[in-house]
Design a binder for this molecule. Structure first.
Ligand code: NI
Length: 391
């Protein structure tokens, strides 16, 4: 079956590159993926799949029904949105939409999803169960997965696979990560409310700037002294505003930050931990505060059994020297985690680095991929989806 899948992929290669280039040159921002979604729906319909559009706002869901001998349902998820970046790759199929670019490889993910459907549709033998393809909008804003889940796309799903391009792995190879793949990412807004006064008479005022600086310093020190160092927490205050003049004590400071962590128990405890520190400092110095802690996406925790399945599919397909076991997670975020609240799943890293030219990081205006990676992704995904039913 593997060599059959590889032959089908080789035959489809020119078509898949054409699809990827079309999507690449017509990027759309998060939540506005109307053209991309219509294009995806068209390709899926032409594979004979039952397609639903405008799911999760601008998402597409397509189902491939098997014989029904197996009641499980496998979902395969791809994201379709692009970024507000002005492309500088110089490619002939570069973005035609000014200021918008597929700089995170979602054009490749969408193509891998479509290619996997094409291959499974051409296998010649029906699968025993249903495969549901999810093409989600708005991954970059961490909204799309939530929209899709709210529209019920995980109903009946037993397991879910996904893929993300990775520019530090050579095209032709894949990266496999057991356990935490990405971090939980939350947003923090903190307003410290003091009392204004003359800069010369601090004892008559409550200095919100000084108290804010105590809070920032204490939070950073407290991470190293009170959090388990084997369970990383990163807290970054990226924005701070306050004060009106050099000789007026500021009565208010507003800080915005991001909070990242890998372990679910740590993530769960963070809001209260932060509030304790903030409230004790404010109380000590007579300030008030407002703390808004907004939960973002949880950490992506790859399921061990499904990860093993994808690893073995990739090793059989490409040889174990082209399968890297990733020893470290990333503190980036991925809304794929929201599907994992409903069913176990795994996301693999798809190497996209070109051997013959400089490579650039994700979200860079010169980010590019070696298109050979598309076949690696499609074969790995299709074969893993085939093997899923053999377990
Ligand atoms: Ni991405």
């Amino acid at each position: 079956m593997l060599s059959h899948i590889k032959d089908l992929a080789a035959n489809l290669a020119p078509r898949l590159i054409e699809i990827r280039r079309h999507i690449h040159s017509h990027p759309e921002l998060s939540g506005q993926e109307y053209q991309t979604a219509a294009y995806v729906a068209g390709v899926m319909s032409s594979c004979g799949l039952q397609v639903q559009e405008l799911v999760g706002k601008t998402g597409v869901v397509a189902e491939m029904h098997g014989t029904g001998a197996d009641t499980r349902m496998l979902a395969i998820r791809a994201d379709m949105d692009a970024l507000p970046i002005h492309e500088r790759t110089g490619l002939e199929f570069a973005s035609r939409n000014q200021g918008i670019m597929h700089a995170c490889g979602h054009d490749v993910h969408t193509t891998v999803g479509l290619g996997t459907a094409m291959i499974l549709a051409q296998l010649g033998v029906p699968l025993p169960g249903t495969v549901r393809f999810l093409f989600q909008p708005a991954e970059e804003t961490a909204q799309g997965a939530g929209w899709m889940v709210r529209d019920g796309v995980m109903a009946g799903v037993t397991s879910i696979f996904s893929v993300h391009a990775f520019p530090t792995i050579a095209a032709g190879s894949v990266g496999i990560r057991y356990g935490a793949l990405t971090a939980a990412a939350d947003d923090l807004e903190l307003i410290v409310i003091g009392e204004s006064g003359h800069g010369a008479r601090p004892h008559e005022a409550i200095d919100a700037i000084w108290i804010a600086s105590q809070i920032i310093t204490t939070l950073q020190q407290a991470i190293s002294r009170t959090q388990n160092p084997l369970r990383p927490v990163v807290l970054t205050i990226g924005q701070i505003q306050g004060g009106r003049a050099p000789n007026i004590i500021a009565d208010q400071v507003r800080m915005l930050g991001t909070v990242r962590s890998l372990h679910p128990e740590t993530s769960a405890a963070l809001p209260e931990w932060i509030e304790q520190i903030v409230s004790s400092i404010c109380q000590t110095y007579g300030a008030k505060y407002e703390l808004n802690y907004r939960r973002g996406v949880p950490s992506v925790q790859n399921d061990p059994t499904l990860t093993q399945l994808v690893e073995s599919a990739a090793s059989e397909a490409w040889g174990s020297d082209r399968v890297q076991i990733l020893l470290e997670p990333s503190l980036g975020a991925e809304d794929f985690s929201l599907y994992l609240d409903h069913a176990p799943g795994t996301m693999f890293r798809l190497g996209v680095a070109a051997a013959d030219k400089p490579n650039f990081p994700l979200h860079h205006p010169q980010f590019h991929v070696d298109e050979g990676a598309i076949i690696t992704g499609v074969v790995t995904m299709a074969y893993a989806a085939y093997k899923y039913w053999q377990q």
